[in-house]
Design a protein around this ligand. Structure first.
Ligand code: ZN
Length: 345
């Protein structure tokens, strides 16, 4: 079958690849419909590596996917042929200590699509465990289904924050994950979310959502804005979603005493931050790595209409134009939130 293959850093090809498609007793086979282009896919294309994950052999890209079940294993109980589904791309060892603790996202043995050496899903068909495949209600489109994966990161951030109804939150960084985090925080009970960035087009997209206030830090001080909005008290929760070392300067000045800092953005290098400032506020610091136990909740929120991700799908390319889709994503245009690729049906 034809797949989008990252041959090596900087070189993509649409070509035939032979991959096993054996359906085990608890697996389903899925005809892929839509795949989102993720920052990580683009980073492997442009840099050939993320941290210690290095592309050493040709690898199929893509991990944000939705499609239709075409075959089921003998022991599959909850899915049937014809079901529209989205897939959780990381499959852990279910017997591992991490999985038994419910933190399967940090299982050292997790196999995650399009993370070397594991192939992704920019190809017509894939086989996946039923346990990590989620049925999409009729109200959820394939495009939205392929948005569940990045939204699950925002869901994980909101979950780790332990939001209390009425909390005020700040999200630093208005990329796709920052916006998804803001939407998950609102769905989780925040009364207001302030989102900051340097890019006016990005902020304009986030500001479409009721409850989200955009703060352009080239025009206004984020700290002054937050303190003015909270009578000098500070935000209950600060989500760092930019990955920028500069975001850590004065980050605890945004937070109320006893607030939470949730680290979502992944800096390229280690970052220094002000430990005394965090101690004086007895800040609770949480980290987010992918997600666990959030896909079903994410699908439910989208189906309920409480979270509308459709405005974030800013362009869709045909599979035959996948390389152009990646070259476009690599430009990092501020008005592009999520680019998706649609398989030929
Ligand atoms: Zn992703």
């Amino acid at each position: 079958m034809k797949a989008l293959v990252l041959e090596r850093k900087g070189e993509l090809s649409l070509r035939e690849i032979d991959l096993p498609l054996d359906v085990g007793p608890r697996d389903v086979k899925i005809a892929i419909h839509t795949v989102g282009v993720c920052g990580s896919d683009v980073h492997y294309y442009t840099h050939g590596a993320i941290g210690s994950f290095v592309v050493r052999e040709p690898m199929v890209l893509g991990h944000e996917a939705a499609g239709t079940v075409t075959e089921i294993g003998a022991e599959v109980a909850h899915l049937k042929v014809g079901d529209r589904v989205c897939m959780e791309p990381g499959v852990p060892n279910m017997s591992s200590r991490a999985s038994k603790l419910g933190i399967y996202n940090v299982d050292p043995d997790v196999r995650f699509w399009a993370t070397p050496p594991v192939h992704g899903v920019l190809m017509p068909e894939v086989v996946h465990p039923e346990a990590f495949t989620y049925k999409l209600p009729d109200a959820v489109s394939f495009g939205e289904g392929a948005m569940v994966e990045p939204f699950a990161v925002g869901m994980q951030a909101a979950t780790r924050a332990r939001i209390v109804p009425g909390d005020v939150a700040v999200v630093i960084g208005c990329g796709p994950i920052g916006i998804m985090t803001a939407l998950a925080a609102l769905a989780g009970g925040c009364s207001a979310v302030f989102i900051s960035d340097l890019s006016a087009p990005k902020l304009a997209i986030a500001a479409q959502y009721p409850g989200v206030t955009a703060v352009n830090i080239t025009e206004a001080s984020l700290q002054e804005t937050i303190l003015a909005a909270t009578d000098g008290w500070g935000a209950d929760i600060v989500f760092e979603a930019s990955g920028s070392p500069r975001a850590y300067q004065g980050i605890f000045d945004l937070m109320r005493p006893g607030g939470a800092l949730v680290l979502v953005g992944l800096p390229v290098e280690p970052v220094a931050f002000d430990i005394p400032a965090s101690i004086f506020k007895e800040a609770r610091i949480e980290t987010v790595f992918r997600y666990a136990n959030n896909f079903d909740r994410a699908v439910n929120l989208i189906a309920s209409g409480k979270v509308d991700l459709k405005p974030l799908i800013t362009d869709t390319f045909d599979f035959t134009d996948s390389i152009a889709a990646f070259d476009r994503a690599a430009k990092g245009l501020p008005e592009d939130v999520k680019i998706q690729i649609r398989m030929p049906s």
